[in-house]
Design a protein around this ligand. Structure first.
Ligand code: NAG
Ligand code: NAG
Ligand code: NAG
Length: 248
């Protein structure tokens, strides 16, 4: 009798320890259905911790998010942004999350305040002004709304476990209420002109952002999607969602 109990116990330990070692971190609260209410809550629960990064799963930090070097070639001006850091993602407000498993569609809508700080060089023309600058820059984005549409796929890993994959994505980005630019030394050695042009840029922030912001946002969204991809590669489907996976 006693021996039998010990045997069962050993089997259980072997089973729990050996086969179902959970990969998903504790802040992942899998939904039992794909109702937006649950998906929104689960996303809210996950963002603050997920954005810190999960080094043991090969998932880098998104807040702060390091921008080592980002060259932006625009008609007439070349801007290089380097030694940069973006913060604020962990506080994004989750507006909507929808998932259509059969249709391979996933939609995420968030509202964020993001601050990007770093060094820059700029040579060329910006709007009307000839620019030859090098200095510090800070961009503060207030209440921007990002809507991300992802086309998903499913695949099996080497252990035959199912995973979410990302096939493609597109996004829309509403610049929000206001963007504040703080940029030093736009004209080397001429602080008065630098300040005048900076003031002009801030007064015309919408036009400036349409010209200059898109490559930055493209870059940021690409990194975010690739970060999510690394996470989906590491953590199997059944640890993320308690809904049977569609045939694929
Ligand atoms: C899903 O169901 C399990 C088991 O009934 C429950 O413990 C868990 O809280 C449910 N998850 C959510 C997000 O409601
Ligand atoms: C962004 O900042 C503004 C102004 O400080 C604040 O009113 C708003 O609630 C913030 N939005 C988010 C999503 O944190
Ligand atoms: C997107 O990011 C990945 C990984 O960081 C990189 O390999 C790829 O070149 C990037 N694509 C674009 C279009 O920037």
């Amino acid at each position: 009798m006693c021996e039998r109990h010990v045997f069962v116990y050993v089997m259980l330990v072997a089973f729990v320890g050996g086969c179902t070692a959970k990969l998903a971190p504790d802040f992942i609260h899998p939904c039992n259905n794909t109702e937006p209410a649950c998906l929104i809550q689960a996303t809210k629960d996950a963002i603050p911790e997920f954005s810190k990064g999960l080094p043991h799963l090969g998932v880098p930090s998104l807040d702060p998010f390091i921008i080592e070097e980002l060259p932006i070639q625009l008609p007439g001006i070349k801007v290089t942004f380097y030694g940069g850091k973006a913060t604020g993602l962990r506080k994004c407000e989750v507006l909507n999350v929808e998932a259509y498993l059969e249709k391979n569609m996933f939609m995420l809508e968030v509202r964020c305040n993001i601050t990007i700080k770093g060094k820059y060089t700029a040579v060329g023309r910006l709007l009307l002004f000839p620019i030859n600058g090098e200095g510090d820059s800070k961009i503060k984005i207030v209440n921007s709304v990002i809507k991300l549409d992802i086309k998903t796929k499913y695949f099996k890993d080497a252990d035959n476990r199912d995973h979410f994959g990302i096939k493609s994505y597109k996004y829309t980005f509403d610049y929000g209420e206001r963007i504040f630019y703080t940029i030093t030394n736009l004209f080397k050695g001429n602080p008065e002109l630098s300040n005048t042009v900076l003031q002009f840029l801030n007064e015309n922030w919408r036009v400036v952002t349409e010209e200059f912001g898109k490559p930055v946002v493209d870059y940021a969204i690409n990194v975010t999607v690739h970060t999510a991809k690394k996470f989906f590669d590491a953590v199997p489907y059944d640890e993320l969602l308690n809904v049977p996976i569609p045939k694929y």
